[in-house]
Design a protein around this ligand. Sequence first.
Ligand SMILES: [Zn+2]
Length: 313
Amino acid sequence: MVELEPWEELAEIARKYVYTTIVNVSRDIVDYFTDLAKATDRMEMGGFLLGKHKIVKGILVVQLYDYIQQLNVSPEPETSYQFPTGSYSEIKRLIKEGRYSIATWLHTHPDDSYFSVADICYHCLTFRERLKDIFSPIDPREIPAFLVTGGEIGYVMTYTGVYSYMLRYSSGDVEAILVFPIYRPKSSSQYVINLPEKMKERFPDYEVCHECADQLYYTSIKVSRLEKLVPSPTPAPAPVKMSISDLINVLRDDLGQAITEGKFDIARLLDKLISMLQRREIDKEKIHEILFELQGLGYSMEKVSIIIESLRI
Ligand SMILES: [Zn+2]
């Protein structure tokens, strides 16, 4: 069961930034985006992002926390993405079953290129129509589409037309929350500034797409910035495989004369064993064998018991 973030708190963030819609992307999805950016090769990939939504005191709060990948059935998968037949009915079924209440789509670009005019037109025309079928014609619940790029830099972008909203990539850790208000930046790249014109050239008959390109709201964030939200745990060093006799030799060398002369230096031996445990040179199971061997070297059961007790094994 997915643990959602408190709806009220998310609504409060939106209110603070004077937005009436907030889209919250869960830590798992942020993690997934960073993996996806690295996984893109020549082909575009895609699928659906799913979650739940609520209206909290007039603010639409959306929480996206799941992803379903779909095949790319485009005849030109290197440069475009197309959903297979039946993928929307699957989403419709999941929503009807109550597992989710909201959906949007995602696709990837193998390089770092922006969303194309075809991407925008698909979102504002086709996807919007599909939503009416999934939800109801008067409640399409449109939220922005996502694009993950896998070029040299790697970006996660979102885009939609007509209405603005804010986006929040969540780490699940309050200290690392990234609030990212969305708007059409005044200092957009020439590519974005030229989009309305390009749209009219490419899709002259689709007024909805013209409107979307004219009033486009988009965000763009580097994958490296998202990675800071979900730092990957440092992998534990692999345990060094040592035989028991090697271990005894290590101990003997380390404790030197104390062992050969039968003088028991519990403190030094304990330190040694604990530091070997910490460096993962041995595991707890092996300690028993070591102690058994030590008994063979002449240490009394009593002293060995003291070590066992100290190590709590
Ligand atoms: Zn695209």
